[in-house]
Structures are given as C-alpha cells and as structure tokens.
Design a protein around this ligand. Structure first.
Ligand SMILES: Nc1ncnc2c1ncn2[C@@H]1O[C@H](COP(=O)(O)OP(=O)(O)OP(=O)(O)O)[C@@H](O)[C@H]1O
Ligand SMILES: [Mg+2]
Length: 223
C-alpha cells in the first residue's frame, strides 16, 4: 500500500544483467525527514538501484514514482530537467567535469535550472567552504585529491536544495573526520524535511539512518 505523504515510491522493481538477478521485486517508499540507509556488499546492486531511482537506468519490471510522476515515462529532456531540479545525485565515481574547476562544477545544476550565475556562485562558495574546500575553489578535478573531489561532488548535489538526495558511497574516499562531517550534513538535510537515500557497504554508518535496509541476494530487507 502507498503511504500518502511519501515523495518516492519504488514499486516492485526488478533488474537482471545477463542471467543474474541483481534486484528482485524491490518496493519501498520514502517520505520527507527520512534518512534511508541501504547496506550491501560490493556487487549487491546498490548503484544499480540508485541509477533506476534517478532514471539513469530502466528497470526490467516495476516502476518509480517520484513526486507523483512515473519517472520512466518522461522524455529524456523532461527527465534531465526534473532530475536537476528535484534530485541531488552524489556519484560513486564523482562524475566531475574535468575542464571545469571546483566552483564551476558545483554551479552546473543551478545554472542549468535557471539560477543566475552570480547567485549560484555565491551559494557554491558557501557550500564548498562548509565542506572545507574554501582554498580549492579554482582547482580542476585533476588538482584535487579523491576526498576533495568527493566533497565537490557532494556540494554539486546539494546546490539546488533538492527534495531527494541519492548518495552512492559518499564517504568512500574520506577519512573518519570528514566522513562524520558529511554524515552530519546529510542527517541535518533529512531533519530539515528533505529525504536522503544513502547506499554503502559500511555497516557502521547504519546508526545515522532513520530507516535501514539490507540488500541481500537482490532483495531489500528492512532491519
Ligand atoms: N551494465 C551492466 N552490465 C552487466 N552487468 C552489470 C552492469 N552494471 C552492473 N552490473 C552487475 O550488477 C551487479 C551489481 O552492480 P552494482 O554496481 O549495482 O553493485 P554495487 O552494490 O554498487 O557494488 P559496489 O559496492 O562495488 O559499488 C554486479 O554484479 C555488476 O557486475
Ligand atoms: Mg556501487
């Protein structure tokens, strides 16, 4: 059954690659204030699930309803616009644009959704400073460490204040201090009424979740 104030419904999603069932009949809903944490080992299907939720990939079965719309029924342009306005995706491999510096990378989703460049830059500087990167604003990705690139990718996902943040191992490259800072930032975002889904193989991050699941043999199990 659908809960009425949920913003996201993942409905009976299955995904197969070749002959392998990666995701099997996955259903869950996400509401404002939820910090959903999904734990699973490497290869469990975590990135695949987030990619389907964001509309980067099609499920074999099932559907994703986000803010009342079946996202896989949107055209590519509609989906891109929708995603940039409402979803912040923190990619496992960062996906930074190599010929843009840190600041320029962060403002991309804002400028794309119509925010004035000057305003976007002001906001991006604030975010990057909060993430400890005030002295790296003009560095290009290849002039940043893995952990610094990860934080630029996080700032980029937050710039539009999205309703939903999808975080794929967002602390994989960070030391414990920076990991804690990021987890607290994401917790605070959920507490402010947004929703966060974070996937990770790190068991000890479960304590931050308001709803915790495990991905086991392609199935999602509530803890
Ligand atoms: N495009 C693809 N074609 C074939 N198999 C794929 C494809 N993408 C993913 N897979 C397979 O699906 C499974 C799940 O991959 P996925 O990237 O979702 O795992 P993950 O849980 O994110 O792992 P990790 O923790 O290592 O990032 C893996 O066995 C992977 O090899
Ligand atoms: Mg992954």
């Amino acid at each position: 059954m659908k809960s009425t104030n949920a913003i996201l419904h993942v409905m009976n999603v299955s995904k197969r690659y070749l002959l392998k069932d990666v995701l099997v009949d996955i259903s869950f809903s996400v509401r404002p204030y939820d910090f959903v944490i999904i734990i699973g080992p490497s290869g469990a299907g975590k990135t695949t699930l987030l990619g389907i939720i964001a509309g980067f990939e099609e499920p074999d079965e099932g559907k994703i309803e986000f803010l009342g719309r079946d996202i896989h029924s949107l055209s590519d342009d509609e989906l891109a616009e929708y995603r940039s306005k409402h979803i912040g995706f923190i990619f496992q491999n960062f996906n930074l644009i190599p010929f843009l510096n840190a600041l320029e990378n962060v403002i991309v989703p804002a400028v794309f959704s119509g925010v004035k460049r000057k305003i976007a830059i002001r906001k991006a500087k604030k975010l990057l400073t909060k993430l400890g990167l005030s002295d790296k604003l003009y560095n290009y990705p290849n002039q940043l460490s893995g952990g610094e690139q990860q934080r630029v990718a996080i700032a980029r996902a937050l710039i539009n204040d999205p309703e939903l943040i999808l975080a794929d191992e967002p602390t994989a490259n960070l030391d414990r201090d920076n990991e804690q800072i990021i987890m607290e930032i994401l917790s605070n975002i959920a507490r402010s009424g947004k929703s966060v889904i974070l996937v990770t193989h790190k068991e000890y991050l479960a304590k931050y979740g308001t709803k915790v699941f495990e991905l086991v043999n392609g199935r999602l199990i509530r803890r």
